[in-house]
Design a protein around this ligand. Structure first.
Ligand SMILES: Cc1cc2nc3c(=O)[nH]c(=O)nc-3n(C[C@H](O)[C@H](O)[C@H](O)COP(=O)(O)O)c2cc1C
Length: 362
């Protein structure tokens, strides 16, 4: 029996297998609105057999976008554009998920194929915000913008924006909601001592630094239906002795679980220029941390990071390191990765891929 191809019930949602597409920015929206690119990119992963597809970091406010090309959910036109995409995914057997996010001081960047550096406001960039007023990069070249230090009004505004985006995610047809609490973006930057140097009740101790994330998630949980799963992506290590450890994140996962979070998506890095990027991990190291969070906080996890083969993904589920294996770059190489993995493992592909295809190919 395959563990990878067994179904998973998350609240009232059932995934047909444990294979998920990890959220990936497409840098292809105009004014945060999705288009045919997103339909084909996300839709083809549904046709390829993935049980879960998590749409890219989707900004809760315009200045919360990583780049001007990033997706958003701050208005109803954005909802309208996403609806046909989620309907297509559901029709073809995938569960549509979405990651809602605020980029914090890493926002206002050029898209990667245009260099990824901060854009001046007269180049299409925008002002950035953070728990403090230190820029991400000290070299003055890459992510050089000095953020405005958030006050209590900003905190309330951003938390409301997350709540509104959660409501819009539901209206857009999503069945799993993920709050982005990783990679040095806004919520992670409140939690990480590498960024948050505040002296008020939102800074200092672990509990104080967790406050922004916990309050935001608590408010989101109030509007995201009880019967649908809520996930949070964490950077479970800052890869820096002065930063967040796995133990800190086990505590965070316990706090999140107490607030109704169902599953933790375990990524890492991204908090500061010195800490590692979220895609630089070696095979297995990040996956192992998903196992630590799963055991330590007694909560379901998603593992991600350099998962490329069927054996590897099967092993992750079989050894209970995670409940879902997420793939990012390998899904770009092969949208049919789940189908190919099933073939390789000798699993019946009927019901995995749409009938239009499975009628003619085994
Ligand atoms: C093109 C691209 C875009 C990404 N965008 C996001 C994103 O929107 N949100 C997020 O949490 N991670 C994002 N990531 C990180 C991936 O979700 C994943 O965690 C990382 O690539 C490691 O998985 P992999 O080794 O399977 O690629 C992105 C990665 C890539 C390659």
């Amino acid at each position: 029996m395959s563990h990878l191809f067994s179904s998973l019930k998350l609240k009232d949602v059932t995934l047909k297998n444990r294979i998920g597409v990890s959220p990936m920015c497409q840098y292809s929206s105009v004014d945060g609105v999705a288009n045919n690119w997103h339909l084909v990119q996300l839709g083809s992963r549904a046709v390829g057999g993935a049980g879960l597809i998590i749409a890219e970091a989707t900004a809760v406010t315009p200045e919360g976008r990583i780049t001007p090309g990033c997706a958003g959910l701050w208005n109803d036109a954005q909802v309208e554009a996403l609806l046909p995409i989620t309907q297509f995914q559901i029709q073809h057997g995938a569960v549509p998920g979405i990651q809602i996010a605020h980029a914090g001081r890493k926002g206002s960047a050029a898209v990667p194929w245009e260099g990824g550096k901060h854009l001046r406001n007269d180049e299409g960039g925008y002002d950035v915000i953070s728990p403090g007023n230190e820029p991400f990069d000290s070299d003055g070249i890459r992510l050089w913008k000095t953020p405005r230090m958030m006050d209590k009004t900003d905190i309330a505004r951003i938390q409301t924006a997350f709540v509104d985006a959660a409501k819009r995610s539901l209206a857009a047809g999503y069945k799993l909601l993920e709050v982005h609490g990783a990679h040095g973006y806004l919520l992670h930057s409140w939690f990480s001592p590498l960024v948050n140097k505040r002296t008020d009740e939102y800074g200092g101790s672990l509990r104080n630094r967790a406050r922004m994330m916990l309050e935001t998630v608590e408010k989101v949980r109030e509007v995201w239906p009880e019967n649908l799963p809520l996930a949070v992506r964490l950077s479970v290590s800052d890869w820096d002795e002065n930063g967040l450890s796995v133990e800190d994140n086990i505590q965070m996962a316990i706090w999140l679980k107490e607030r109704g979070v169902d599953i933790i998506d375990c990524s890492s890095g991204g908090a500061s220029e010195a800490s590692r990027s979220s895609i630089g991990n070696k095979i297995g190291e990040q996956v192992g941390m998903a196992g630590q969070i799963r055991k330590g906080a007694d909560i379901m996890t998603m593992a991600v990071g350099t998962i490329t083969t069927a054996e590897q993904a099967e092993q992750i589920i079989a050894t209970e390191q995670a409940d879902i294996a997420l793939l990012a770059r390998e899904m770009l190489r092969d949208p049919y990765w789940p189908y190919h993995a099933a073939k390789q493992m000798g699993i019946d592909t009927k019901g995995l891929i749409p009938i239009q295809n499975s009628t003619f190919v085994g």
